[in-house]
Design a protein around this ligand. Structure first.
Ligand SMILES: [Zn+2]
Length: 408
């Protein structure tokens, strides 16, 4: 079972791809093997069979073969790779105040990045409209054919019905409930779309790019709070309905009677999120001309050893640590990575969470546990979306689509 199963609306009408062609394309697409000889060795296919498939892929314009050095005798060594003209993937990472977008080639190398500064509460039509415009202008700037977008992946800071590509009762995204994000993007790019919770994508991005030991528990502390879990097999643990890791609305143990945006009292998100900390300190988190205003303001207070700021940060870290300790007992991860602006900007958060986890969790679960922050920072979501997109493109169905796609 592939991690990202295909969407119900995907066209399944393509003829099946011959097994050898599929194997060879998957090897080159994943970067596992980059020469005819190596593909033959790894797959056990005959050299002549491999060569036949490679020639067919080159003729289709999907693969290219470049001479990498001149050799004195015999055939010079060549490297196989996915042709930049074979297509593009487009990825989107929606956040409360700004949405990142990127385009990449099919091997996952990012070609261009962009940002759409618009709060999510403008609603899906307006935000996704701006996202589509931004991606189209990036494609145009790099002379990439918009008809050759092969896969779109979007991450949203909300519970996502993964199978249908819809947002389900998002606490911080008014106007998005039930909106068919997948259909909107599919219509715009005429390409398959995967929509996922942003934290799942970030967890995958961290696992892939930072090569952390798994199981990985990734916790994002931003306007909302969420967790993503990557298993030993590199798979996101999403539970029966895709709600696994939705920890922002777990009730904290200290009673403060803070009303959360979800309508309940004392949710983790209402007391320990970046937004909650900023609000408690009277820092305006609404986007202004200066997108770094809030983080700079908070950093200044911490640097000045402002008692209120230190107290709020430490309290948030303790509340987070308490919930994370429960997760560590449930999941026994090898690595815990904290992401999002609150944990990335302030060591106090990392040390506070660490202290709470070690105080509450039993030694067997913490003995080999690494607790750290993400080096990818705000790029984790985009990195994970690219991982998902390339896996989709080189899945059996994705390859069938790629091989049958019109080109010329
Ligand atoms: Zn809540």
């Amino acid at each position: 079972m592939p991690k990202y199963s295909s969407e119900p609306s995907r066209d399944l009408g393509q003829p099946p791809v011959p097994a050898a062609l599929q194997t060879v394309l998957a090897m080159i697409g994943s970067g596992e093997a980059s020469s005819r000889a190596l593909i033959a060795r790894v797959t056990g296919l005959a050299r002549s069979t491999v060569s036949q498939q490679v020639d067919a892929l080159i003729a289709l314009g999907i693969v290219e073969e470049q001479v990498i050095s001149e050799s004195v005798r015999g055939r010079p060594p060549r490297r196989l790779s996915i042709s930049p003209g074979a297509g593009t993937i487009a990825v989107v990472d929606v956040d409360a105040t700004a949405t990142q977008v990127a385009i990449a080639d099919l091997s996952g190398a990012v070609v261009a990045r962009g940002i759409v500064r618009m709060p999510v509460d403008r609603g899906p039509e307006e935000l996704l409209g701006a996202v589509v415009d931004e991606i189209r202008s990036m494609l145009a700037a790099h002379e990439l054919d918009p008809c050759r977008v092969r896969q779109v992946v979007a991450g949203l800071p909300a519970p996502v019905d993964f199978q249908r590509g819809r947002v389900v009762r998002p606490p911080i995204m008014p106007g998005w409930d039930g909106y068919a994000v997948g259909d909107h993007l599919r219509e715009a790019f005429k390409a398959p779309v995967v929509v996922d919770n942003d934290v799942n994508l970030m967890a995958l991005g961290v696992a892939a790019q930072e090569q952390t030991d798994t199981p990985l528990l990734f916790v994002k502390v931003a306007a909302g709070i969420g967790a993503g879990i990557v298993t030993d097999d590199g798979v996101v643990l999403r539970g029966a309905d895709g709600a696994a890791g939705d920890i922002g609305h777990i009730r904290t143990s200290v009673r403060r009677d803070v009303v959360c945006q979800c309508g309940k009292l004392d949710c983790l998100e209402s007391v320990a999120s970046y937004r909650a900390v900023l609000a408690a300190l009277g820092i305006d988190s609404a986007p202004t001309d200066d997108p770094r205003h809030a983080s700079r303001e908070l950093a200044r207070l911490i640097a000045d050893s402002d008692a209120q700021a230190l107290f709020r940060i430490r309290q948030a870290a303790t509340d987070l640590g308490e919930v994370i300790a429960m997760l560590i007992h449930t999941l026994n991860p090898r690595t815990l990575v904290l992401g999002g602006p609150l944990s990335e900007l302030h060591d106090e958060v990392l040390s506070g969470v660490r202290a709470a986890v070690y105080e509450r969790a039993l030694p067997l679960a913490t003995r080999k546990l690494t607790i750290t922050t993400s080096q990818l920072g705000a790029d984790a979501g985009i990195a994970g979306a690219v991982v998902v997109a390339t896996r989709e493109v080189f899945s059996a169905e994705g390859m069938a689509q790629l091989l049958s796609a019109p080109r010329g």
